[in-house]
Design a binder for this molecule. Structure first.
Ligand code: PLP
Length: 386
């Protein structure tokens, strides 16, 4: 790492987050850590920390991601949430990947493959999102029967995915009902893992009695999406909607204390004096006061642009005047040294404040911090290592 721009991921916080989630919501058997997209851009290396914290299953998007995870951990079960082409069955078997079966036609092709090994599968059910999964009970029933007759397929799980929180909308309840309707001819209680919810579901609803698994994404990375109630009026409004549409019981605020573990830093590459009225950067942005322009080694190719509004040098705000692909030009009247550390977000500017400024959610922010920014891993005992 030769460029002084890096993200710091605190492994202890990640581990503590999982422990806190399990302590607050102890009634699930399977805590499935969603580590797609390079563990929400925290870096896939963190999987073993998540496992140490209590994650006992992992979920990824693709076979490529699954193989990367398998290199890091030989034993943890890994569910691939996307449909994998059966051309890669040898890799699925070799890497012990649990696959998603979402249609009868795919299952029929799978059944006709000439394999001697056991393939573990989870059925996906489309309970309303119209993204992936069985949406008709007849098809799911046929699929269930096919599996029962197959020697090489092990139906370990069944899952669905929620579109909303269900706090002020009818869709969560609708999806639960749809799921139960689609699965009414199969024995859910005979399927070892039933998992419908994600982070938002965890903090918004009690565990459904037929579920024993929960998929944890953004909550593991430190974001408690529970609905914050700011006023009596807001609460009344929610209660009125819940009563009107007979919505199932929801949890509004909770005591779950999870923390983000991701901070982002860079450095001052250059400093120059600037006079009021001179211009700076692409588009010739006029400076309103005399002071200094600092060139920072981070730009929109790293995921940081003008919309961040300011960065911190020596904990002091410096306004972003212009952005480039690889650099930011920031202004301050204070004099700082070349090489000074720059905080984009971390201990002095919270990630929550950045999200508010950018008006985006944490999923998008993490995704935005590109992979060219090296991730440094920190924990109390060991700095920068695994
Ligand atoms: C099928 C599925 N389950 C779980 C998750 C995790 O969601 P969250 O981060 O909201 O917990 C995702 C995220 O994209 C998903 O696609």
């Amino acid at each position: 790492m030769y460029r002084p721009t890096y993200a710091v991921i605190n492994k202890d916080i990640l581990k503590e987050n999982i422990k806190e989630i399990k302590k607050t919501y102890p009634s699930y058997e399977y805590y499935i850590g969603v580590v797609k997209n390079d563990a929400y851009h925290h870096g896939i290396k963190i999987v073993n920390e998540l496992i140490k914290g209590g994650i006992n299953y992992l979920a990824v998007s693709s076979l490529d991601e699954a193989i990367l995870v398998r290199k890091i951990n030989k034993n943890i079960p890994i569910l691939c949430l996307e449909v994998i082409s059966l051309d890669y069955l040898d890799l699925i078997i070799k890497n012990k990947i649990t696959i998603t079966v979402e249609s009868l036609s795919y299952l029929k092709k799978l059944v006709n493959q000439d394999v001697n090994d056991l393939i573990t599968i989870h059925f996906a059910v489309d309970s309303g999102m119209h993204r992936l999964g069985f949406s008709k009970e007849e098809e799911l029933t046929k699929a269930y029967m096919l599996i029962k007759e197959s020697k090489n397929l092990y139906l370990e799980g069944i899952y669905s995915h929620f579109a909303t929180s269900g706090i002020q909308d009818i869709y969560y309840d609708y999806q639960v009902k749809r799921f139960l309707k689609i699965t009414k001819n199969i024995y859910l209680e005979d399927i070892p893992i039933v998992h419908l919810g994600r982070s938002l579901t965890l903090v918004s609803h009690e565990k459904l009695n037929f579920c024993n698994g929960i998929r944890l994404g953004i909550v593991m990375y430190g974001f408690n999406q529970s609905r914050k109630i700011n006023s009596k009026y807001q609460l009344l409004k929610i209660k009125r909607i819940q009563k009107k549409y007979h919505l199932s019981k929801t949890t509004l605020e909770n005591n779950l204390k999870v923390k983000p573990s991701f901070a982002l830093y860079s450095s001052v590459m250059s400093r120059r004096k600037i006079k009021k009225g001179e211009f700076v950067g692409y588009g010739a942005n006029i400076v309103n006061e005399s002071g200094y322009i600092y060139t920072i080694c981070i730009g929109y190719a790293d995921g940081v642009d003008k919309n961040f509004k300011y960065v911190l040098i020596n904990k002091q705000k410096c306004l972003i005047i212009a952005d480039c692909m690889d650099m930011l030009l920031v202004f301050s009247q204070n004099k700082y040294e070349v090489g000074s550390k720059v905080e984009i977000f971390g201990e002095n500017r919270s990630i929550f404040e950045v999200l508010k400024t950018l008006n985006i959610n944490a999923y998008h922010l993490f995704n935005q911090i590109s992979n060219r920014v090296p991730r440094i891993y920190e924990s109390k005992g060991d700095k920068n290592g695994f």
